[in-house]
Design a protein around this ligand. Structure first.
Ligand SMILES: Cc1ncc(COP(=O)(O)O)c(C=O)c1O
Length: 394
């Protein structure tokens, strides 16, 4: 059996430095016996709001529910259409379908892996049609919203997208699940705070991860936040046990909030460490592999928080197997673009319809990146990559 030399992620290394603080925070929840909502959740919502510069944060059970609830709160439902990226984790699109609406997929930009804004404009102009005050998608659904994703922690072109959405009267629901702390241009607004709603995941592997599932919705106004809270509490409003619409039960667990509250104080330092590793990878890739570049490294754009460090390599699956044989763990995000997922067969997309997403699915390889990764590990990864590509310069 191959000995693992570099793990893809090592959450134990993070916990080792936080053990005492986390246990104290978790103990306090047990002592209070307030496990659902209560002061721990309220304190975390407030702290996250302060961090993001956002007044309204609603803790929910997962990033997946955050997307569903935000879309529902925008009024999205059966007969509607929502445009999103074909290159993301499934939830970005499945939660559109969960509301009863139909997802439509744009394509991505080659460099950023994010939704191509020019393509969104072309779709709106060329493929949708206006009927009175209503914008209809190609199959007649009412176009309501756009779900851009800040993929891998890289801020997407949110200013251009919100301007375009405003032109067409559409809501923007940002999927910032992978991008806590990312900022447009490095010092602009935080990812997830620009659209009508921003959705975050606290899945353990995220840049801010809990000890289980968790998520939140950031809302642009108190009224918008109120809608999400109501939908997350079975559509309750206007008095005890009164339900004005069909909602779900989706709450951020108090134990998760306690853990997240401890970790939030470290997010900036962790994100800075991720960026340092990305810089080191870029340097090593140039030094070890030389040029012309057979490996396309992600650009170190300002504000990118490198949830993942995703390169493009030729013969990706062979290279990945060679790295595995050398004890280097990697991942593929994502091997099947969303428009070609079996669960979306009924939407009728075919291979070739979204060429950039399909190309990314064939070429992308995520290298280990996490704050505690050591520099020797990054060198071992790049040298193994060079050997796998047979391009190593001694
Ligand atoms: C881009 C994206 N959207 C949504 C989600 C869903 O979040 P969760 O796993 O917390 O439901 C994830 C994470 O897994 C994600 O990466």
């Amino acid at each position: 059996m191959t000995e693992t030399r570099v793990r893809f992620l090592d959450l134990r290394a993070q916990y080792a430095g936080l053990r005492a603080d986390i246990r104290r925070a978790v103990d306090a929840v047990f002592e209070s016996q307030a496990f659902v909502l209560g002061p721990a959740v309220a304190a975390f919502e407030e702290a996250l709001g302060r961090y993001l510069g956002a007044a309204h944060v609603v803790g929910v059970a997962s990033g997946t529910d955050a997307l569903y609830l935000a879309l529902r709160a925008c009024g999205v439902g059966p007969g509607d259409a929502v445009l999103t990226t074909p290159y993301s984790f499934a939830a970005s699109a499945t939660q559109i379908a969960r509301t009863g609406a139909r997802p439509y997929f744009g394509d991505i930009e080659r460099d950023s892996f994010n939704l191509d804004v020019a393509g969104v404009r072309r779709w709106l102009v060329d493929e949708c049609r206006r009927e009175g005050g209503t914008l209809r998608a190609p199959d007649g659904e009412v176009v309501r919203a756009i779900v851009p994703v800040h993929l891998f922690g890289r801020p997407c072109a949110i200013a251009a997208l919100t301007a375009l959405a405003a032109e067409y009267g559409l809501a923007v629901v940002e999927d910032a699940a992978q991008a806590i702390g990312a900022r447009a241009g490095g010092d602009g607004p935080y990812a997830g705070t620009v659209g009508r709603y921003g959705c975050f995941s606290f899945y353990p592997t995220k840049n801010l991860g809990g000890a289980g599932d968790g998520g939140c919705v950031v809302a642009a106004s108190a009224a918008d936040a109120g809608r999400v809270r109501s939908l997350a509490r079975h559509g309750a409003a206007g008095g005890p046990y009164r339900h004005v619409e069909l909602g779900i039960a989706s709450r951020l667990d108090a134990l998760q909030a306690a853990v997240l509250g401890v970790k939030l104080a470290h997010v900036d330092a962790w994100n800075a460490a991720r960026r340092r590793h990305a810089e080191r990878y870029e340097h090593l890739l140039a030094e070890v592999l030389g040029s012309p570049a057979v490996v396309a490294a992600p650009a170190l754009v300002p504000g990118h928080v490198f949830h993942q460090y995703v390169v493009r390599v030729p013969e990706r699956d062979r290279v990945r197997a060679a790295l595995a044989a050398a004890g280097i763990e990697t991942q593929v995000y994502y091997p099947i673009p969303l428009h070609l997922q079996p669960c979306f067969t009924a939407l009728g997309y075919r291979t070739g319809d979204r060429p950039e997403a399909e190309r990314a699915a064939a070429e992308s390889l995520a290298l280990p990146i996490y704050p505690e990764l050591d520099d020797d590990a990054a060198r071992a990864v790049v040298e193994a990559l060079a050997r796998a590509l047979d391009r190593h310069r001694a």
